[in-house]
Design a protein around this ligand. Structure first.
Ligand code: GDP
Ligand code: MG
Length: 574
């Protein structure tokens, strides 16, 4: 494929505006996947993605499309030419913007999908700027025009006022009914430039992503920026100097399809006998072993917004958890991991995440993909930015000031929609701010954030104690003014999770040596077999096994068992 006939593009959007559905339709339209494959969203491969209906990992697929197009040389092409299009699906949620900017590095253009009824939302803005800063050609796609409440003209006006995009450039589509989809790929080919690389220069390729496959070993996704990559080539990493032989190379069509070669501008996969995904550094430049090249710019290091401890439920599973985390972080380089230990929970890890959803998804993937049972501790943090719908402005301002926010900007996108920017302590938004914001605005407000700076604040350490013993994993740094109320809430909440024992249990919240709240769980003997009347033996055994299973998920502090849910539930108090 000559470079002029390659286009690399992404689809970016606010969550639920229809990126993945549109991506599926394009794959169908080009015959890359069969119609009605039964999988609602082809590119959402992870179980967690299907369950939550969100995209977490950027996925790539190569499509072929015949199009009659007047070439750059100005000569009218009579016969349609076959174009090679690489589509990179990106996650929409703010927590995953690292994945977004990573996939944009391999693109020259982006389809900016906006819901025709909802209009421009927070992540539309955030994603637009990511694409804009990467100098991509942006084609606005107003989707879901089949909805009765669709108002494409209003969206066009927003695109003009927010991003200075020409309303005449907008494509109108319904990924549901198929309306307007025939204009999408022609627009991609005609408006977006081909990749800029030089096919005569020595090979340079950008390592976009990697994952571990049971049979093939480490599989790297790469974008060939300059030159050509062939099976059998000896390649080296610019970061480590390590050399590898290319054992297999090909495209994602959308399953791995060996081609033996990748040309300038192509996006594909490489198997090169790397033993661990640690060797595959995302953002690294790979080149021919014998040539010396200037490394590509790579990626900005990520900023972690939320930190939380991750511990095995059963201490003897530490090694297994270590292994699972290693594998998973290969596939998600945006998580930072350091070992730590806690007196209550033993050996574990301190992990840094981009946000709460990112943290949740990480835990879910650990359980689903690696069978690890973990306990996570209260997240600690830094900052934000935010947006809201005009009609609910008052409530939002109240919420932000309750959360100790400082207003930085307040403008109107149009008569219906306001844009607000606040500096807020991350501690105040990380737990339930988003839910609260959604509920006070009947779901209209959307929200995005980025790191600000550390600020001096009046903070105290709030400890939770069981029979006088601190549970270090439940200790939290909180604002002095809120410490007492929080202490009371936490103590009440924890009480619900502690089963009565043969002795009395006191639950206390304390700041230093000052106790700010206290509850007691009175003593009682709990007999799980009491209801069995000694009759049915199998039922008895089942009950005992169930109890044992439950115990596995407990953590013992002093002589009291705390169920895993308690650790999760405590996160929700703020
Ligand atoms: P994403 O989060 O941007 O990837 O959005 P999805 O592709 O997962 O779509 C979110 C929801 O919108 C799904 O329930 C889709 O079926 C629905 N949807 C997508 N495109 C259209 C459309 O053109 N019209 C209508 N009515 N619904 C759509
Ligand atoms: Mg999606």
């Amino acid at each position: 494929y000559p470079t002029e006939r390659i286009r690399n593009f992404s689809i970016i959007a606010h969550v639920d505006h229809g990126k993945s559905t549109l991506a599926d339709r394009l794959l169908e339209l080009t015959g890359t996947i069969k119609r009605g494959l039964g999988q609602p969203q082809y590119l959402d491969k992870l179980q967690v993605e299907r369950e939550r209906g969100i995209t977490v990992k950027a996925q790539t697929a190569t499509m072929f499309y015949d199009h009659k197009f007047q070439g750059a040389n100005g000569i009218d092409v009579q016969e349609p030419c076959r174009f090679l299009l690489n589509l990179i699906d990106t996650p929409g949620h703010v927590d995953f913007s690292y994945e977004v900017s990573r996939s944009l590095a391999a693109c020259q253009g982006a389809l900016l999908v906006v819901d025709a009824a909802q209009g421009v939302q927070a992540q539309t803005v955030a994603n637009f700027y990511l694409a804009f800063e990467s100098n991509l050609t942006i084609i606005p796609v107003i989707n879901k025009i089949d909805q009765p409440t669709a108002d494409p003209d209003r969206v066009k006006a927003q695109l003009k006022s927010m991003f200075d995009l020409d309303p005449n450039d907008a494509l109108l589509t319904s990924a549901k009914t198929g309306q307007g989809l025939e204009h999408v790929l022609p627009a991609v080919i005609e408006r977006m430039p081909p990749p800029p690389g030089n096919c005569n220069s020595p090979l340079r390729m950008l390592l976009l992503d990697s994952y571990y496959d049971e049979y093939k070993g480490v599989i790297c996704h790469v974008a060939v920026v300059d030159g050509t990559l062939r099976k059998g080539d000896k390649i080296s990493s610019a970061a480590t100097g390590q050399s590898y032989e290319v054992l297999d190379v090909g495209i994602m069509h959308p399953e791995l399809k060996p081609t033996g070669v990748l040309l300038t501008g192509q996006v594909g996969y490489v198997v090169s006998g790397m033993r661990s995904t640690k060797e595959a550094r995302v953002g690294d430049t790979l080149h021919q072993s014998r040539s010396i090249v200037e490394p590509l710019p790579g990626f900005k290091p990520v900023k972690h917004m939320v930190f939380s401890g991750v511990y095995p439920v059963d201490g003897s599973d530490f090694e297994a958890l270590n292994h699972a985390i290693e594998r998973l972080t290969c596939n998600d380089a945006s998580v930072s991991v350091t070992k730590e230990s806690s007196t209550a929970l033993g050996l574990g890890f301190r992990c840094g995440f981009l946000g709460l959803l990112h943290m949740d998804v990480f835990h879910q993937r650990l359980e689903q993909e690696y069978g690890a049972h973990v306990i996570s501790t209260v997240p600690t943090v830094p900052y934000i930015f935010e947006y809201s719908d005009g009609r609910y402005v008052g409530a939002v301002i109240t919420l932000c000031s309750e959360r100790r926010g400082e207003q930085l900007e307040y403008t109107f996108i149009d008569s219906q929609r306001a844009f607000m920017k606040y500096r807020l302590p991350l501690r105040e938004i990380v737990v339930d701010f988003y839910n609260e914001l959604k509920s006070i605005t009947s779901g209209y407000a959307s929200f995005d954030y980025e790191d600000s700076e550390y600020q001096a604040s009046d903070l105290v350490k709030l400890d939770l104690l069981l029979n006088g013993q601190p549970i270090d994993a439940m200790a939290a740094i909180v604002h002095n003014l809120k410490a007492q109320r929080l202490g009371r809430d936490l103590v009440e909440k924890l009480k619900k999770f502690i089963d009565r024992q043969m002795f009395e249990i006191t639950i206390q919240a304390a700041i230093g040596s000052k106790v700010v709240a206290r509850e007691t769980v009175s003593a009682m003997r709990k007999n799980v077999l009491a209801k069995c009347y000694g009759g049915d033996v199998t039922r008895k055994r089942k009950l005992l096994e169930k109890q044992k299973e439950g115990k596995k998920r407990m953590k013992r502090v002093g002589s009291v068992d705390i169920p895993q849910e308690a650790f999760h539930e405590m996160l929700k108090v703020s």
